[in-house]
Write a protein that binds this ligand. Structure first.
Ligand code: SF4
Length: 324
């Protein structure tokens, strides 16, 4: 399958300054040497604990923040080298769905004006076209036209997230980052939003980076899964392979948090030790070695590379290298 994005050697290191003089006293190593391909028309699930760098990666891919270095290739061009004017086309082709549907909609604007805003920003003034498009998207996202004259506070969390999704897709983007889009919603509503995103992917040929800390959610919606730990990708493969044949100890720990069906037993239940280290002071060697139940001497000093273990399945762990 063709790639829509190729991310090469991407780093995001935020300077940490002292309060008084603003001198740099260190760095927060939010992303470290990320290499990643996103295939056209897939949902790539990005999973990891809070603080692992998932949202930072999503924001760098959309150039909402500028990474320290690296490349983000979209349809053959490095978008990090484009200035504001040349980014306009990229902005129209991409979108973002936020976690919190309460914060992401302007409470003083009617829904019609919220959905009209992306057209105005992109210099589209044809009133008839705008109206037709808004009505079509409202229907596609499972809502009624009567919402258009109302304000965000009149809606439930699930309805607001539908409106936020409608706004994100109103200009027919090719790619969406959905950053924890169901975390703030009741469990009963989550499935409706998943189904909406899956159906939009199919109807509009969308590609999606779906970010979540919860592997249950990622399992439901993703075609491929990338696991992040402390600013690095530690495992990436397609969904079936991941759930049948995951290799990284951290992936196993995330899987332990997914409930099993009644009567099912979980093999190899492993328990992590300690807390997630600070990205200001990451451990030497394998970044997971301070918590890994299988840690070896080499893990404390040498940094494992992300290596292929089978077609499309890459893992960053010395244990796996030994067994391949
Ligand atoms: Fe654990 Fe070592 Fe593998 Fe890191 S490299 S995950 S510490 S076994």
């Amino acid at each position: 399958m063709e790639n829509i994005f190729e991310i090469k050697n991407l780093n995001m290191h935020y300077p940490v300054t002292d309060g008084l003089l603003g001198n740099i006293k260190g760095y927060t190593y939010a992303l470290n040497n990320i290499n990643l391909e996103i295939k056209k028309n897939e949902i790539l699930g990005l999973v990891g604990e809070s603080g692992s760098g998932k949202s930072t990666l999503g924001n760098c891919i959309l150039k909402l923040i500028t990474p320290t270095n690296g490349e983000v290739i979209f349809e053959g061009e490095n978008i990090l080298l484009k200035n504001k004017d040349k980014l306009k086309d990229f902005r129209r082709k991409t979108g973002l769905i936020f976690q919190n549907p309460y914060m992401s909609l302007n409470p003083r604007m009617k829904i019609f004006d919220i959905l009209k805003e992306p057209f105005i920003i992109n210099g589209i003034k044809d009133k008839k076209l705008i109206e037709e498009k808004i009505k079509k998207i409202v229907k596609l996202t499972g809502m009624q036209e009567e919402i258009l004259t109302r304000y965000p506070h009149e809606f439930s969390g699930g309805q607001r997230q539908r409106i936020a999704i409608a706004r994100a897709i109103i200009l027919n983007p090719e790619f969406i980052v959905a950053d924890e889009p169901v975390s703030a919603l009741d469990v009963s509503i989550q499935a409706q939003i998943f189904n909406l995103l899956i159906s939009l992917k199919q109807h509009l040929n969308l590609t999606m980076l779906f970010i979540s800390h919860d592997l249950r959610i990622i399992k439901y919606i993703s075609d491929r899964i990338a696991v992040m730990y402390l600013g690095e990708i530690v495992e990436i493969t397609d969904k079936q392979e991941f759930f049948k044949n995951h290799k990284h100890p951290y992936s196993q720990i995330l899987l332990n948090a997914v409930p099993v069906m009644p009567g099912e037993r979980r093999e190899n239940k492993i328990i992590p030790t300690g807390e997630l280290p600070s990205p200001n002071n990451p451990p030497n060697g394998c970044k997971f070695h301070t918590r890994c139940p299988y840690v070896m001497e080499i893990c404390k000093t040498c940094h494992p590379e992300l290596k292929s273990v089978s077609q499309g399945h890459n893992v960053r762990c010395f244990l796996v290298e030994k067994s391949v």
